[in-house]
Design a protein. Structure first.
Length: 560
């Protein structure tokens, strides 16, 4: 993959000059109304805010933070930060006050943009006293200077603001599934290479010409959405980004966008499927899909009901996805491809495609990416979009690379001769039971998650007589478990599933029991990260007081 001719900011300025009237962003503002922003308007507002930021006299490269859900002004604010010569630090909009404070203080942020938020009264406690703040248009009511007022009174930054390839574009703080979030430093060259590679890959799949329609709803503070949606669109120039108003309006927002490209994470793909099953039992849907001609009509109706009937390419990333779930989506006519990447390579690593799309594998290396498997089974990567290092952690940076420059991912995998990569687990998630052999939880969890009654699962058992699984039932099923008949049905299904999983497992990997946990796993209660990955320690701590009793009890299914 050759170095890009133009960096991301230069691409944006070029779009504003060549296609000034083309709509780039569509933002819902309530009551069914939306505001469209053209490339010219986006660039003009960004230039004006950049002028304001420079007027405050921050030192070159100063860190400017953003705390906001996805919205049009998130992207405008990022462009303003870059134009002004500074570095973006985006904070997940669901973070606690403690994490907000940690990121702001660790990054030494000079200013904070406050945007669309659900929990601002609690998060505000994490903002250090005296830190300058600017309120984006959809922010909660505050006393901060507002975006619209600032851009109205500030002349646009003149000329062609430019950044160097090695300048720091952003610090991406990991969502913190374990321990304190790490600050991943990304240069302008790295984010541009990721964006250019993704844009080229997407354009190849969608076809030349026309505008690619995308709904941006996964957190923009995370590298998956930042690279595949925002950055790729900024480089490509032929995308139209839509945003959501709220969770309640998600389906309406999705139907408005009519996306041609749609990316999500496994948990949401599973929830979409379970929503279909609520309306039509799996067995009946399976029968209808098997009927020639009628099956195609039914599949199209299902896709339309999901709001995905215009999708040409669908992608999944951020966590492993059960092969059975990918097969199901392809059966209803949705070309769903799994990919693999991480914050440290700006989510530019591997992707499935029409030629290489075996379910259970995350695809082949994207252009410019090198991959190999270490003797210990760890995936080692060298990506053109690789991080510059961990902010203020030079020792961690040094430990994270091999002598010849490959990044140590911490993931375990297998590489086929044709280049297809399979993720077999996470090195840090391996654990030993009392039998003294390592158990890899991910493959077992994937099998459990494929069951229609289960939304998420966690396999644990450190130092225990055997491994065990903790599961969260499907959302539609959870409220009904107080009914003795439903509970008996769930117990029977879980017992059968346990036997099926253990039938193919090595002795030391067999599960002793399945624990059905009643409390939902959510970002709000700390069981999930903002990107919907399991916070293993939090879930394990919640059930730990009862584990010994469950093992002594001996039943295959337990209720927590």
């Amino acid at each position: 993959m050759e170095a890009p001719d133009r960096l991301i900011l230069e691409c944006v300025l070029g779009h504003a000059e060549k296609t000034p009237g083309r709509i780039f962003l569509t933002q819902p503002v309530g009551n069914g109304k939306v505001i469209d922003y053209t490339w010219a308007q986006v660039a003009d507002q960004a230039r004006r805010m950049a002028g304001h930021l420079q007027s405050r006299g921050f030192e070159p490269g100063a860190r400017i933070a953003m705390l906001s859900k996805n919205c049009a002004h998130f992207i405008m604010a990022e462009l303003a930060i870059w134009m002004a010569g500074y570095t973006t630090v985006a904070i997940f909009p669901t973070e606690t006050a403690d994490t907000v404070r940690y990121v702001l203080e660790h990054s030494e942020a000079s200013l904070l943009f406050v945007g669309k938020l659900d929990n601002w009264p609690q998060q505000q406690r994490g903002v250090p006293a005296g830190l300058p703040c600017v309120a984006l248009p959809l922010a909660p009511r505050t006393e901060f200077d507002g975006w619209d007022a600032i851009v109205a009174r500030t002349p646009p930054l003149p000329g062609r603001p430019a950044r160097k390839a090695g300048d720091l574009a952003m610090i991406l703080y990991t969502s913190g599934s374990t321990g304190t979030p790490k600050g991943v430093m990304t240069s302008f060259e790295a984010i541009t290479r990721a964006a250019a590679g993704i844009a080229a890959d997407t354009r190849t799949r969608v076809g030349p010409g026309g505008v690619n329609r995308v709904l941006s709803y996964l957190p923009l503070a995370h590298s998956f959405e930042r690279s595949w949606t925002e950055a790729a669109s900024l480089v490509d120039g032929n995308a139209h980004l839509f945003f959501t108003e709220s969770l309640d309006t998600f389906l309406h927002d999705l139907r408005r966008a009519q996306p041609t490209l749609f990316i999500s994470v496994p948990r949401l793909w599973l929830k979409f499927q379970q929503g279909v099953f609520v309306k039509m039992p799996p067995a009946r849907l399976d029968r209808l899909l098997s009927i020639p001609v009628l099956g195609r009509l039914v599949a199209r109706k299902v896709r339309k009901g999901l709001g995905l009937d215009k999708v040409i390419v669908a992608g999944s990333g951020s966590a492993p996805m059960p092969a059975e779930l990918i097969d199901w989506y392809r059966r209803i006519g949705l070309p769903l491809y799994e990919g693999y990447g991480m914050t440290e390579d700006n989510s530019y690593s591997h992707s499935s495609n029409a030629r290489f799309s075996t379910p259970g594998y995350v695809g082949v290396a994207l252009p410019g990416v090198q991959v190999r498997i270490s003797p210990e089974g760890e995936i080692l990567l060298k990506s053109p979009a690789q991080l510059s290092g961990y902010y203020k952690q030079p020792e961690l940076t040094a430990r994270s690379f091999t002598e010849d420059g490959f990044f140590r991912t911490g993931d375990l995998g297998e590489l086929r001769p044709d280049g297809l990569l399979r993720i077999t687990g996470r090195a840090k998630e391996l654990f030993k039971t009392a039998k003294g052999k390592y158990v890899a939880p991910a493959p077992i969890e994937n099998r459990l998650n494929a069951h229609p009654m289960i939304e998420l699962s966690l396999v644990s058992g450190v130092g225990q007589p055997a491994a065990y699984a903790v599961v969260q039932l499907a959302e539609a099923l959870r409220p009904r478990t107080g009914d003795p008949a439903v509970r008996a049905q769930v117990r029977s299904a879980m017992e059968q599933l346990l036997d099926e999983v253990n039938c193919d497992a090595a002795d030391h990997e067999r599960l002793r029991m399945i624990v059905v946990m009643g409390e939902p796993w959510s970002v709000e209660n700390g069981f999930l990260t903002p990107t919907m990955k399991l916070r293993r320690g939090r879930i394990e701590s919640a059930v730990q007081p009862q584990v010994e009793r469950w093992f002594a009890d001996g039943r295959k299914v337990q209720w927590a």
